[in-house]
Design a protein around this ligand. Structure first.
Ligand code: F6R
Length: 622
């Protein structure tokens, strides 16, 4: 939702650039989390310097003059507005009445109005419409009551309800960066020369790969000689004069080394992260398969005993979940359903200890998915996380965690993390089928060979589809609305194709089961209305009648389908004819033309595919 960064240097100049420049660069790496305003605070020789503005970093870089400010201690923020429209005043950092405390925040403070009323009655004057500003004034208020700056910060954090990753500087305790977390992600990065604090690892990957994931209800500070982490206990949420109760955390065993390289988080010559990440898919799939191949023993045993396997996810992760559930039914004869995370609460009464729930999330921080996991755990179900982020909240809160190995994904639209999710779930289904002997040996051996070949197949499909997608974007870019139809595994693939197109090119795109399209959606179809069909192989004859129905109404038709079906492919206006892949594995490959089509259509319409309007990469609000 928002991105936060904190940098503390042993001494000035250690990063070979002004601190303001380093903050700007780290914020650029976080811009995918929000980009309607930006700001920073630096403790300089002349006191606390604060600069902030509405707008994207590149647009306000000269107004904010990041490069002119140096120091040893600073924080920065890139915003995705929740409380208060994007404006210079609502941009972070927010300060108290004295101007000594600067706070940045990602999340939502649910009880901010209550706190704000109380502080106004105590004489505080608020400048912004944000929920965040109450934190700065709360710290000020507790300092007035005699608390040290850190104790005041800790007490303020203990009063907050909702989600937050927050960080603060206080002139009265210069040289420390305070932090606290509940629900919203927060990572510490460590090096000999510097310490970092950030919403996500790519922000500081250039400097540090040793990380500690801050956990819920933890507070602490970075200083020159230490990192202090404490766990808040017995939060009363009462505005009283008692110090917050917290226990010191020994985090030594939580320091992790991340094997992501800084290059992985850079554009590497591509004009946009999204295009780079589409091209990284073969490598991401290969890394995921290699790492999971040897790690699935426990997972397979657990799933083989399940009465039912529910798979939950949001957005793109839901589409991968849908594919996973179809494969578990089809290959392993296991009862499985995919459920959208935010809808889980309406299914939960039927969940019990015989169920296993797989939660799929790139970030591992999506609040809807986390809440779904908490709900099903209460009903006794075993939970298994599938995520791309080590030690993320989802990984920690689930009974078992498995990791996709996609590397950092910066583009807001998920691409390589989706493919790695699909491949992971397909691998699980194949391994389960092998364990439960639910498919013949010959089929298993075909699937195993094709799984190993998947990175190469994906690579050829991406290369072959790119020029076609670029050419086609000039037609699709002129349309106002588009259908994506499919059957079986082609349906979630179509759903993902439609989501990609709508979220970055802003063309209305709707996916439907092809057989169901005649029960309503066809009413909109007239001359030139674009309809894309996803055909993976097995369903080719069944879907053809739906193609004919659309063509009879004048639809402009597109197919993503395997080579070798000329009797059918000749009927479309445009075809991506792709290498044949086993039907069960085709979703991991046949999505590529849609990703490229969405990318080039966004470009042809003049939009930035990495930063779609109104969207954020990690959604930590319900
Ligand atoms: C779409 C997209 C979103 C995410 C969704 C869930 O391109 O990226 O729909 O898939 O917000 O995010 P995760 O996977 O982090 O739970």
């Amino acid at each position: 939702m928002c991105g936060i960064i904190g940098i503390l240097l042993q001494k000035k100049g250690l990063l070979s650039k002004p601190l303001g420049t380093a903050i700007k660069e780290c914020l650029k790496n976080l811009e995918y989390r929000g980009y309607d305003s930006v700001g920073f605070a630096i403790l300089s020789d002349n006191g606390l310097i604060i600069r902030k503005s509405k707008g994207k970093i590149d647009d306000v870089v000269s107004k904010l003059s990041f490069d002119e400010f140096d120091g040893v201690c600073g924080i920065g923020h890139t915003r995705w507005a929740t409380h208060g429209r994007p404006s210079d005043t609502n941009a972070h950092p927010h300060t108290d009445c004295t101007g000594k405390v600067a706070v940045i925040h990602n999340g939502i403070i649910e009880n901010y109005l209550e706190i704000k009323d109380l502080l106004i009655r105590r004489g505080h004057v608020f400048k912004s419409e944000t929920d965040t500003e109450v934190i700065a004034h709360l710290i000020e208020e507790y300092k007035k009551l005699g608390f040290s700056p850190y104790d005041a910060f800790k007490k303020a954090a203990s009063l907050l309800k909702g989600s937050y990753a927050l960080s603060a500087l206080d002139l009265d305790d210069a040289g420390k960066i305070f932090f606290a977390r509940n629900t919203s992600p927060l990572i510490i990065g460590l090096t000999d020369k510097a310490k970092f604090l950030s919403s996500d690892i790519p922000a500081f990957l250039e400097y540090s790969r040793n990380i500690i994931v801050v956990q819920d209800d933890e507070v602490g500070y970075l200083s020159n000689d230490s990192v202090v982490i404490e766990k808040l206990v017995d939060k009363s949420y009462e505005f009283d004069k008692n110090p917050a109760t917290a226990e010191v955390v020994n985090y030594a065993s939580r320091i992790r080394y991340i094997d992501w390289s800084p290059e992985m988080a850079r554009k590497g010559g591509y004009p946009h992260y999204m295009l780079k990440e589409i091209h990284e898919q073969p490598q991401a799939v290969s890394n995921t398969l290699i790492s999971l191949m040897n790690e699935l023993g426990d997972v397979i045993k657990l799933l083989s005993k399940a009465e039912r396997v529910l798979i939950v996810g949001s957005g793109t992760s839901y589409h991968a979940s849908f594919i996973g559930s179809l494969l578990l039914n089809e290959l392993a004869n296991i009862k499985s359903h995919a459920i959208i995370s935010s809808e889980m609460r309406w299914f939960v009464n039927g969940v019990n200890s015989e169920d296993v729930v797989i939660a799929v999330s790139q970030s591992g921080e999506t609040i809807d998915t986390l809440l779904a996991v908490r709900e099903v755990k209460k009903r006794g179900a075993l939970t298994l996380a599938l995520t791309n982020i080590i030690d993320s909240a989802l990984a920690r809160e689930s009974h078992l965690a498995m990791y996709t190995r996609a590397g950092p994904e910066i583009g807001v639209a998920a691409t390589k993390t989706y493919t790695t999710q699909v491949v992971s779930l397909a691998l699980i289904a194949v391994k389960l089928a092998e364990y439960l002997r639910t498919v013949p040996e010959s089929k298993l051996s075909e699937l195993s060979t094709e799984l190993r070949e998947l990175p190469n197949t994906l690579s050829s499909v991406i290369s072959a589809s790119e020029p076609k997608a670029r050419a086609l974007s000039s037609i699709v870019g002129t349309k106002h609305s588009m259908y994506f139809l499919g059957r079986g595994l082609g349906l979630p693939t179509s759903m993902e194709g439609a989501l990609k197109l709508k979220e970055i090119s802003y063309i209305h795109a709707e996916s439907y089961p092809a057989g169901e399209s005649k029960h309503g959606p066809i009413a909109l179809v007239d001359d030139g209305f674009p309809v894309a069909f996803t055909i993976l192989g097995d369903e080719v004859d069944m879907i053809f009648s739906n193609v004919e129905e659309m063509r009879a109404r004048g639809a402009w038709t597109l197919a993503v389908m395997p080579k070798g079906f000329e009797r059918i492919s000749k009927h479309f206006n445009y075809v991506f004819e792709l290498n044949r892949v086993a039907y069960e594995l085709a979703p991991a490959v046949y999505i590529a033309p849609y990703q490229l089509l969405a990318y080039y259509t966004a470009i042809s319409r003049g939009f930035d595919p990495d930063k779609p309007r109104n969207l954020a990469k990690t959604v930590t609000v319900v």
